[in-house]
Design a binder for this molecule. Structure first.
Ligand SMILES: Nc1ncnc2c1ncn2[C@@H]1O[C@H](COP(=O)(O)OP(=O)(O)OP(=O)(O)O)[C@@H](O)[C@H]1O
Ligand SMILES: [Mg+2]
Length: 900
């Protein structure tokens, strides 16, 4: 290469045939003709590199020139072409391509792309990397950045223009989704778009939806060939998006190829339109063909070929690398058509493993090895600007070194310095370079990288704090590492990526454990655990919440910090409430209230009173719940505090919602309606969507229990509309369930059944344990109206059993009432006794809970039983009690005709 370089004009790069092949169409080349080069018998064809071609993918660009040389894999390619034809007809296909590193997954995907290059289609590529396994949607972000063609020194305005141009290709309403995409790409958008004003979950959902829509928009224009590479490194959010994509793709002209290594177990196996390919090793024949390709047709000595075949064991990457190593070591002499061995083959001339082979190649590049090592410490990809910031001195030497790495085919480049980004040819090349760095030196390198990022790459620090955290961690600099993991966690949580947030917080906690147990560190541990809990909650990971809260016990005992202990108790109370352990929940709730009072923390006091009330409500102690909720009104604010323990619903709105529900249970409809209206008013004043939803839910709840069904439907539909527009999943379940009953009572039993069923299954999916009995009971009520009596009975029994275990007296009363009515509806004489028994229990429970409307309903149903038996006296008696209650409470009687 050095000799060839003598042909070069200053500032240009000259390459020979072998490199030209490696470069493929990555660069525009100018033919310099053939030249005599010292040490090589034949004249050598040389090319000058003029610039980078605008080809986008390093893999395909590099291999475009050699793609005709795909070895074997004909069956696999046919399979893909079959699928492609189906896909193009509108029956979207997914193909899962798996196999060990270097086996040719990416190559196969590229070969398909090459085959269909002539047909109009859109190509979308997503690449995962081991350094971003926890960075939400990184592959999608990178794809968008590439598609938009961002450069380093642009303003946000310029980037937004580019982003909009990209979005215009797929989205119908660019302005509507642009702020979501801008947030995803961490581009500040100032006043250009209205602020997003979404909760993290909403933003997450809407971003995923927008990405899918964008994708669908593209697919409607022309077919799409999508490749998602190295799914084993995908972050959780990307996997979720893939799930959605797999579903969406079925009606679209899309062929999606997902590649991954065997350790990944794809969740899509067996789904419709999903096919699988597992790539195996090449036969020794194919290996020989491949070697011939690398040697440009020159034949190797048999002995050498034999060793290559046996050592590489059919792995194409190893075949390429080992052959190159052998050619570079100088044990062979190059003739016109063959390579000769000068003497006997030295025993250790051919490395045993891919690692050794790569090391050997790096070693021979000694002068530039350091640059490779630095790059490897940065990651699979590294930017020119970062390397430049690190090596500081001599820019010419740096450029030269990088060019040499490129020529050796060890790294590929996109763009020109100073914009250039380099990536190692293969993850294993990066690993080999990294392994060759001494441990102590690695620490140093990572430290330097982290500091350089901090000082000069504000954008990366802001958009990917986890990268900085990673380097500080590897540098062994624990304090700043913790700080950045926390930043990454908070960012992920505040964006939408709860799973990523969990991992980041856990990294911070693990590191914190290495530090001395000073007061400050212990306090930090508690605070991080709280953040962890907040991120775990929406994931339904109750076990892990408990585990991490348990760990806090001894720490809090040592700290004796009332504020933190109060917060801890409030979280614990909520945890036990959610899993149906109300007695324990109440113990913690009471401690929380006491501690919060003692330290004067109004926020935690409001939270604790509320949580305690929830548990009493679950036990059917409605009056007690009401009194706690009324106290809570003083402490639960009318606005959202965006602190880390934020409930995401305006606290006073949440407080009033539960108050309305509990009051309704006791028959206090006017007070319930007052709180429901006020809740809506506060939410509307704050223009807070989720809180508005709760306002409508409360109003609908009051009205439907009062028997004003048409009004209830109106309110619940307003709530449902909000939940659909903003993807509020948890609250949607309750709305849908209430609405199901209301529809059924208005004569739309079919629709009612559908909604109530949906609520039960969504509740199961989201593990809403405490809500389960109610959801079952509602479905039972609707089934009864639809005359599905057996179903209603089964559901009632199921609900009663769960309620009994949880000591949920109020729920059990409703469940027994349902069972009683189902027996009554079955109208066989023996059922009458069973019905009476259940209704008696229901009445007793309802009375104990002070649930007057339900008690009145029980009496009305009992009246029916007595009347059927001909016991007019008792019938009149209970009817009078019920009627008096209805009148006093201003509610509609139980509609016997439709339901009994
Ligand atoms: N059938 C083949 N014919 C010719 N070359 C191949 C073939 N299969 C793989 N190669 C070459 O082997 C090298 C490794 O292949 P590739 O990058 O596709 O591996 P991979 O399976 O995607 O590995 P990883 O899991 O690390 O991404 C590439 O340089 C590729 O060009
Ligand atoms: Mg690959």
């Amino acid at each position: 290469a050095a000799r060839l370089q003598a042909l070069a004009e200053p500032g240009t790069i000259v390459v020979a045939a072998s490199t030209r092949r490696l470069l493929g169409d990555l660069f525009r080349l100018c033919d310099l003709g053939s030249h005599e080069v010292k040490g090589i018998a034949e004249p050598v064809a040389a090319w000058a590199v003029e610039g980078v071609s605008d080809s986008e993918s390093r893999f395909e660009a590099v291999h475009a020139a050699g793609l005709t040389d795909l070895i074997d894999r004909e069956d696999e390619l046919d399979f893909l072409l079959d699928r492609q034809r189906l896909a193009w007809k509108g029956e979207g296909q997914i193909v899962l391509i798996s196999g060990e590193p270097g086996i040719g997954k990416s190559r196969l995907a590229a070969a398909l792309a090459e085959r269909i290059a002539g047909e109009p289609h859109t190509r979308l590529r997503y690449q995962c990397s081991p350094y971003h396994t926890n960075s939400a949607l990184r592959p999608f972000i990178a794809q968008l950045e590439r598609a938009a063609g961002f450069t380093a020194d642009e303003t946000s305005e310029q980037r937004l223009d580019k982003l909009e141009a990209v979005l215009a290709m797929g989205a119908s309403q660019v302005q509507a989704v642009a702020p979501l995409f801008a947030a995803l790409l961490s581009i500040p958008f100032g006043k250009r778009y209205p602020p997003l004003a979404l909760t993290p979950t909403q933003q997450r959902r809407r971003t995923l939806a927008a990405l899918l829509d964008q994708f669908e928009g593209l697919a409607r224009q022309q077919p799409i060939l999508l490749s998602f590479e190295d799914a084993h490194w995908a972050d959780a959010t990307s996997l979720e998006l893939l799930d959605l994509t797999v579903e969406r793709v079925r009606q679209l002209p899309v062929l999606a190829l997902f590649t991954f290594r065997p350790e990944f177990e794809p969740p899509w196996v067996g789904l419709p339109n999903v096919g699988s390919l597992t790539l195996g090793r090449l036969s020794s024949n194919d290996v020989e063909n491949m070697v011939a390709r690398v040697t440009a047709g020159r034949v190797l000595p048999v002995e050498v070929m034999k060793q290559i075949v046996s050592k590489t064991d059919g792995n194409p990457l190893f075949v390429e690398e080992l052959t190159k190593t052998v050619l570079e070591t100088g044990i062979l002499v190059e003739d016109a058509e063959v390579y000769r061995l000068e003497g006997p083959l030295p025993p250790l001339a051919i490395p045993e493993t891919l690692q050794d082979s790569l090391m050997a190649r790096l070693d021979r590049l000694a002068p530039v090895r350091e640059i490779a090592q630095l790059g490897a410490a940065i990651g699979r990809e590294f930017s020119y600007s970062l390397v430049r910031a690190l090596v500081g001195r001599d820019e010419t030497a740096l450029k030269h070194g990088l060019a040499q790495l490129e020529q050796a085919g060890l790294v590929f480049r996109r763009g020109e310095p100073p914009e250039a980004v380099y990536s190692f040819k293969h993850a294993l090349v990066r690993d080999a370079a990294y392994e060759s760095v001494l441990k102590s030196r690695r620490h140093q390198l990572h430290g330097q990288i982290a500091r350089a990022l901090e000082e000069r790459f504000a954008e990366i620090v802001a958009s990917q704090p986890e990268i900085v955290a990673h380097h500080f961690t590897e540098a062994g600099l624990v304090d700043p590492a913790i700080e950045y993991w926390l930043k990454a966690g908070v960012k992920a949580y505040s964006l939408y990526a709860n799973e990523d947030a969990v991992r980041f917080f856990e990294r911070a906690l693990t590191l914190l454990k290495k530090l001395p147990e000073t007061r400050d560190n212990l306090e930090r541990a508690v605070d991080i655990c709280f953040q962890l809990r907040n991120a775990l909650l929406p994931l339904g990971k109750t076990d892990r919440i408990l585990r991490s809260l348990d760990e806090l016990d001894p720490i809090l005992a040592r700290l004796g910090d009332k504020q933190r202990s109060a917060q801890y108790s409030a979280f614990r109370c909520n945890h036990h409430f959610l899993i149906g352990q109300q007695r324990r929940a109440i113990e913690f709730g009471e401690t929380g209230v006491r501690l919060a009072r003692e330290c004067g923390d109004r926020v935690v006091l409001g939270q604790s009173l509320f949580r305690l009330a929830q548990s009493y409500h679950a036990l059917g102690e409605y009056r007690r719940a009401i009194s706690l909720l009324e106290q809570g009104l003083e402490f639960n604010a009318n606005e959202l505090r965006h602190d880390r323990h934020n409930l995401n619903i305006i606290p006073s709105v949440l407080n009033r919602t539960w108050l309305a529900i509990a009051l309704v249970e006791c028959g206090d409809f006017s007070a319930g309606m007052r709180h429901a209206r006020r809740a809506l008013e506060i939410a509307e004043g704050a223009e807070h969507q989720l809180s508005k939803l709760l306002g409508w839910l409360s109003i609908g709840y009051v009205l439907s229990h009062k028997g004003e069904i048409a009004g209830a439907v109106g309110a619940l539909e307003r709530g449902l509309d909000l939940s659909d527009r903003w993807s509020f999943r948890v609250w949607r379940i309750r709305l849908v369930s209430d609405l199901g009953v209301a529809y059924a009572r208005l004569g739309r039993a079919e629709k009612g059944l559908q909604l109530a069923e949906q609520a039960v299954s969504d509740g199961d999916k989201m593990q809403l344990i405490a809500d389960k009995p109610r959801l079952l009971i509602r479905l039972g009520q609707v089934s009864l109206i639809a005359r599905q009596i057996e179903t209603a009975l089964t559901l009632g029994k199921q609900a009663a059993a769960i309620a009994a275990v949880h000591e949920a007296k109020g729920d059990e009363a409703w469940a027994r009432f349902l069972i009683g009515r189902a027996y009554l509806a079955a109208s066989e004489p023996k059922n009458l006794d069973e019905s009476e028994k259940q209704l008696d229990i229901a009445l007793r429970l309802a009375t104990a809970c002070e649930a007057r409307p339900l008690a009145a309903f029980c009496n009305t149903a009992l009246c029916r039983i007595y009347a059927r038996r001909g016991d007019q006296v008792r019938a009149k008696e209970v009817d009078a009690v019920a009627t008096a209650t209805y009148r006093e409470l201003g509610m509609q009687p139980l509609p016997l005709d439709t339901t009994l």
